[in-house]
Write a protein that binds this ligand. Structure first.
Ligand code: IPM
Ligand code: MN
Length: 367
């Protein structure tokens, strides 16, 4: 994922004793803000922390009560003081946030924009890295690829507005914001990632035939960065065609780079064809390390199965492995990832009565 150099840099800046702290400081300890969140979030995060512990990595965790339940109780989403505390930690591990489907207690967008997107924007988590390793018997069996989703721009940026709301002539616009700076740093990350992978290939996914302004910026930026990475082969797919390929031939992909909204949609599709969204992990990365990065499963709070022991913790566990990789705990990260993939394969091929805890235990045993 990240090069050794980055990992070492991360270790220096993110963990370990700071000058003047004196003896007794555990150099292997990282400060991690844990946001269990709502629904199945706390359950899957508990398994992730269990596995990290089994891998021998010491975390200094602080739990933060954020999400739908806090909002309903207090009206607070992400107080500034809490955000300031989050800026200070080495990493953030998040389970899931959101109200139950059909609940009217939290208006749409309040938590999405006020909590998750606010953290992505404020902490400058400009890459959303989502790896997929298809399980045996899944539609995408044999596929092993990663989507690099731009995470701070596009239609998510919040540009736009409404006029004459509630009248027959109302107008709503929601523009897609694409900056050279934002696109380039994301594309650069994708090429850097591809360089570390065996197949060394990057596919740009966009809709350059219709979104001619944004598409042109993405394509030119992609082409320019490609010239700096001659060992990486490149391809381009329109997003609609990419949906077909994801469903029929996902093995063709190594690294996919795309904008925020296309990446959101494509990664749900990727999760579905690669064995289920319960396996899909993600890292919201600040590759420049000007602050902590945030790690979370792609899935939501799934209130309907909360407390039943049916939530699959593998996505959260793999997200925690991505966190360890980012922190420089490369060996533990690799061992956990390998164990997650092995248990995922095993779950796909036997219908043992798995529970959230027994899956966590099975991963912990394999490390
Ligand atoms: C995701 C989620 C979020 C997104 C929502 C909850 C704001 O769907 O992480 O993929 O759209 O990015
Ligand atoms: Mn999504």
């Amino acid at each position: 994922m990240l090069g050794d150099e980055d990992a070492v840099r991360g270790r220096e800046t993110c963990g370990g004793a700071k000058p003047g702290e004196g003896e007794g400081v555990d150099v292997g300890s990282y400060t991690v803000a844990v946001i269990g969140g709502d629904g199945i979030g706390p359950e899957v995060v508990a398994e992730a922390l269990k596995v990290v512990d089994a891998a021998g990595v010491k975390l200094d965790t602080t739990e933060y009560d954020l999400g739908a339940s806090r909002y309903v109780r207090t009206g607070e989403v992400l107080p500034d003081a809490v955000l300031d505390e989050l800026r200070q930690v080495d990493a953030v591990l998040l389970g899931a946030v959101g109200p139950a489907i059909g609940s009217t207690e939290v208006p749409s967008g309040v938590l999405e924009r006020g909590l998750l997107l606010k953290m992505r924007f404020e902490l400058d988590l400009y890459v959303n890295l989502r790896p997929f390793h298809a399980t045996p018997g899944s539609i995408a069996e044999g596929a092993d690829f990663a989507v690099v989703r731009e995470n701070t721009e596009g239609p998510y940026a919040g540009e736009g507005g409404q006029l004459r709301r509630g009248t027959p002539h109302e107008v709503a616009t929601q523009g897609s914001v694409n900056t050279r700076h934002g696109v380039e740093r994301c594309v650069r990350f994708a090429f850097g990632l591809a360089e570390e992978r065996e197949r060394r290939s990057v596919t740009l996914v966009h809709k350059t035939n219709v979104l001619t302004y944004a598409g042109d910026l993405w394509q030119r930026t992609f082409d320019a960065v490609a010239t700096e990475h001659p060992s990486v082969s490149t391809a381009y797919n329109h997003v609609d065609a990419a949906c077909i390929y994801f469903a029929t031939d996902a093995r063709r992909y190594d690294v996919v780079v795309t904008d925020n909204l296309f990446g959101d949609i494509l990664t749900d599709l990727a999760g579905a064809v690669a064995g289920g969204i319960g396996l899909a992990a993600s890292a919201n990365l600040n590759p420049d390390r000007t602050g902590p990065s945030l790690f979370e499963p792609v899935h939501g709070a799934a209130h309907d199965i909360a407390g039943t022991g049916r939530a699959n913790p593998l996505a959260a566990i793999r997200s925690a492995a991505m966190m360890l990789e980012h922190l420089g705990e490369t060996d533990a990260a690799r061992r956990i990832t390998a164990a997650v993939l092995a248990v995922g394969d095993e779950m796909a091929s036997n219908d043992e009565q798995w529970t959230t805890a027994s899956v966590g235990d099975a991963v912990a045993r394999r490390i």
